[in-house]
Design a protein around this ligand. Structure first.
Ligand code: NAD
Ligand code: UDX
Length: 386
């Protein structure tokens, strides 16, 4: 491998990374990138490894010996501190992070996103290890603009909706709206990480992902996850398309999101890993402000793209409206709009997303079709036991 250099032209030394939650969606893409393009070693910690199996076996793979899987639950495993000590850098991705859980399993959500992350922060701080902690764009909650009258011209002013790491407030709903249990737990762990930096000198970076999507995100209910499970929107809509069912628009699909391709976002994480002087002490929005759509527009675009990649015509009525109470249950609430300000990540790391929403949906839905279409057909055809 030719000598790789950081953004300041210095050679990059190989390091060991303790990656917690390495078996998830983001973790699997990050492991893939680190194995194929860098000399770094990864201690991959998770309860599952299905999404990184292709990187672990067979042992003739070019990176064999640079990735080691440790099956453990960080809630109760005494090996955690030792593994953090063995590494130069810890990346914590472990979390419950599907909205269907926030209001229905609020205790698990708060424990997972706050309590279970505490020892990780403590061990990094006590052992002088660098930490990259994964937070979320949900810490911003709702936009200031959402509280203005519907016809107020100020709603069009970016000052009322663009989300900035160092100036935007965090605006959550009331306590009965348990949707915000996740955002609130993530906010408190961010504050703790930040305080460890300020008072004890912890070297940290906080990442706020804005709807990263792509292959291997979540699961398809009834195929590689529970039939009654509700994953994030990409997998929900993929499941509907694969089964030729209408896509369900929660409360009319009026909420707005910006989607970024996982492969673009992983480039940003690699820059953080390899440029500690530029990344330490910072909180970074990572998203694509150019890919904004309403959820309804996302449904329409996914329907069109899926018809193209599968060769199957779309349904006559491709969407159906459902209430959030029916879909998520009591206590659901929503973020209205999420546009990331990119000033800080641009200045520190020179990173910009590249892939358009159409292109990222085309490659992702091609993957979904190739991976799941046959399995869905078989599961539908299977005679039920009498
Ligand atoms: N994907 C996004 O767009 C997005 C957006 C905002 C924030 N995030 C944050 O990024 C991180 C990773 O998200 P993801 O999309 O890859 O989710 P994911 O659910 O695919 O991955 C999380 C992984 O953590 C593991 N995990 C959870 N609890 C654990 C425990 N106690 N011990 C060991 N492993 C455990 C899970 O098994 C899973 O493999 C999360 O912290 C999430 O809150 C992601
Ligand atoms: O079938 C569906 C699923 C979801 N939706 C809607 O689609 C939007 C996006 O839903 P997602 O499931 O992707 O979740 P959200 O964008 O609300 O939150 C996510 O954002 C950041 C991360 O921290 C988490 O991964 C998750 O909380 C929401 O408005 C939701 O109500 C539908 O209309 N239909």
């Amino acid at each position: 491998m030719a000598t790789r250099t950081d953004l300041d032209g210095r050679p990059i030394k190989p390091i060991t990374i303790c990656m917690i939650g390495a078996g998830g969606f983001i973790g699997s893409h990050l492991c893939e990138k680190l194995m194929s393009e860098t000399p770094h070693k990864v201690l991959a910690l998770d309860v599952y490894n299905d999404k990184i199996k292709h990187l672990l076996e067979p042992d003739t793979l070019p990176w064999a010996g640079r990735i080691q899987f440790h099956r453990l639950n960080i809630k109760h495993d005494s090996r955690l501190e030792g593994l953090i000590k063995m590494a130069d850098l810890t990346i914590n991705l472990a979390a419950i992070c599907t909205p269907a859980d926030y209001n229905t399993r609020p205790l698990d959500t708060i424990y997972s996103n706050f309590i279970d992350a505490l020892p990780v922060v403590k061990y990094c701080s006590e052992n002088n290890k660098r930490l990259i902690h994964f937070s979320t764009c949900e810490v911003y909650g709702k936009t200031i603009g959402s509280f203005l009258p519907k016809d107020s011209p100020l709603r069009q002013d970016p000052a009322y909706y663009v989300l900035k790491e160092d100036t935007s407030p965090c605006i959550f709903g009331s306590i009965e709206k348990q949707r915000w249990s996740y955002a609130c737990a993530k906010q408190l762990i961010e504050r703790l990480v930040y305080a460890e930096g300020a008072e004890n000198g912890l070297e940290f970076t906080i990442v706020r992902p804005f709807n990263w999507i792509g292959p291997r995100m979540d699961f398809i209910p009834g195929i590689d996850g529970p039939s009654e499970g509700v994953p994030r929107v990409l997998a929900c809509f993929s499941n509907n398309l694969l089964r030729r069912e209408p896509l369900k628009l929660v409360d009319g699909g009026q909420s707005q999101r910006t989607f970024v391709y996982i492969k673009d976002a992983i480039e940003a994480v690699l820059l953080m890993i390899e440029n500690p002087d530029r990344a330490n002490g910072h909180i970074f929005n990572v998203g694509n402000p150019n890919n904004e759509v309403t959820v309804r527009q996302l449904a329409e675009m996914m329907t069109e793209v899926y018809a193209k990649v599968s060769g199957e015509p779309s349904l006559e009525s491709p969407t159906i409206d459902v209430s959030s109470k029916e879909f998520y249950g009591e206590g659901y609430d929503d973020s209205d709009k999420r546009i990331p300000d990119m000033t800080i990540i641009n200045k520190q790391l020179g990173w910009n997303p590249k892939t358009s929403l159409w292109d990222l949906l085309e490659s992702t839905l091609t993957y979904q079709h190739r991976t799941y279409a046959e399995a869905i057909k078989k599961s539908i055809a299977k005679p039920t036991a009498s």
